[in-house]
Design a protein around this ligand. Structure first.
Ligand SMILES: Nc1ncnc2c1ncn2[C@@H]1O[C@H](COP(=O)(O)OP(=O)(O)OP(=O)(O)O)[C@@H](O)[C@H]1O
Ligand code: SF4
Ligand SMILES: [Mg+2]
Length: 343
């Protein structure tokens, strides 16, 4: 039986500092049924360096969760067609066998969700669930797994951790449940944490506490993270870099400060305008008129054209290619940076 290391030494498993931890190249995901094909992800590429946080932002239906689930291969395989290339550490995600996949889920890549009950089982105590995960991945004894579970709950700042170990998920508040899920996700020192809107369901104060905690754990463990959110304010707090998704594509990306201070794409500008308005006036406005496209029928031009004040015939005829407006930045818009957009 393996001897377990103390939680004070918990850090992401070592990765090469010489190359990105994550490389996603031209990822496509289609859901195929007899009635229709949903083009959920349409050529997404990004890299994430060790210890870096990438925030994916975008409206509902833009393909954020499908991109995350593709990285974990958590999509219904019978009706999903995945194309492109994904590498995490030394693992080629699309080439892994089911057995290899279940080994790397948790130990290399972990995921936390908006709703903790997606990951927690209502019929087992928190302590048992974390201990079982540790035993499965580290091959230690159940008693050592329990010891690690207690340390982990303390690590994610759950008060009275010893008592909470014996609690069932429904006996905890939303914020504590979220911390328990984070503890479980971190239990096997993942190199990459996927966080899909993990704070959206929490009230504002708890949301900030969980965000601050996540950022601290990520830095302390030297882990990389992909954090999905609708909220640009959250992205500003937690991200090193952002990728803005629209209709299954990344339409703008770059270092978080550069993108938020100087957005180049009309869609990013619209999102920012609406977020600044709601922050200063305390109300939501629809800064971008219209609604996202039907992913079953994407046009051959720029998917944003029907909602874009700057659209012309060229925009409707072809998909704008990716250009590089500055160091570490990308944008897909025929008129990116044009003075017309600045006003
Ligand atoms: N299992 C599925 N079968 C068919 N279509 C799906 C499936 N899962 C997602 N989709 C479709 O794929 C598109 C992208 O969905 P996704 O869940 O990634 O959006 P999202 O950006 O995460 O949105 P939200 O912010 O609401 O969570 C949507 O059109 C959605 O309806
Ligand atoms: S390519 Fe044209 S339609 Fe698309 S965002 Fe840019 S200006 Fe608007
Ligand atoms: Mg989602």
């Amino acid at each position: 039986m393996t001897k377990i290391s103390p939680v004070s030494t918990l850090s992401a498993a070592p990765v090469s500092a010489l190359q990105p931890l994550v490389e996603v190249e031209n990822l496509t995901v289609k859901f195929v049924s007899r009635e229709a094909t949903v083009n959920a992800v349409n050529g997404v590429s990004f890299v994430i360096n060790p210890g870096e946080v990438l925030c994916i932002i975008g409206e509902s239906g833009s393909g954020k969760s499908v991109t995350m689930r593709a990285l974990m291969r958590l999509l219904p395989m019978n009706k999903t067609r995945i194309g492109g290339h994904m590498r995490v550490g030394e693992h080629e995600i699309l080439k892994l066998t089911d057995r290899q996949l279940s080994t790397i889920r948790g130990s290399t890549i972990s995921m936390i969700f908006q709703e903790p009950m997606t990951a927690l089982d209502p019929v087992y105590t928190i302590g048992h669930q974390i201990a079982e995960t540790v035993v499965r991945h580290e091959g230690c004894s159940y008693a050592d797994g329990m010891k690690r579970a207690l340390e982990l709950l303390e690590f994610v700042k759950v008060p009275s951790a010893e008592r909470r170990l014996k609690a069932f998920p429904h006996e905890l508040s939303g914020g504590l449940r979220q911390r328990a899920m984070i503890a479980m996700a971190l239990s096997c020192r993942p190199s990459l944490l996927l966080a899909d809107e993990p704070t959206t369901a929490l009230d504002a104060t708890v949301q900030i506490q969980v965000l601050v905690l996540l950022r601290k754990l990520q830095v302390d463990m030297g882990m990389s993270m992909i954090f999905v959110t609708h909220d640009l304010g959250v992205a500003a707090q937690i991200a090193d870099r952002v990728a803005v998704m629209y209709a299954g594509r990344i339409i703008e990306s770059g270092p978080v400060k550069d993108v938020l201070m100087n957005p180049q794409h009309p869609y990013t500008r619209g999102m920012l305008a609406s977020s600044v308005h709601s922050a200063t006036r305390g109300e939501d406005i629809e800064a971008i008129p219209g609604s996202p496209p039907d992913m079953r029928r994407l046009s051959s031009g720029c998917a944003f054209a029907p909602r874009c004040a700057y659209a012309d015939d060229a925009c409707r005829a072809a998909i704008p290619p990716e250009t590089v407006p500055g160091p570490g930045r990308t944008v897909c818009c025929f008129k990116a940076g044009a003075t017309a957009l600045a006003s």
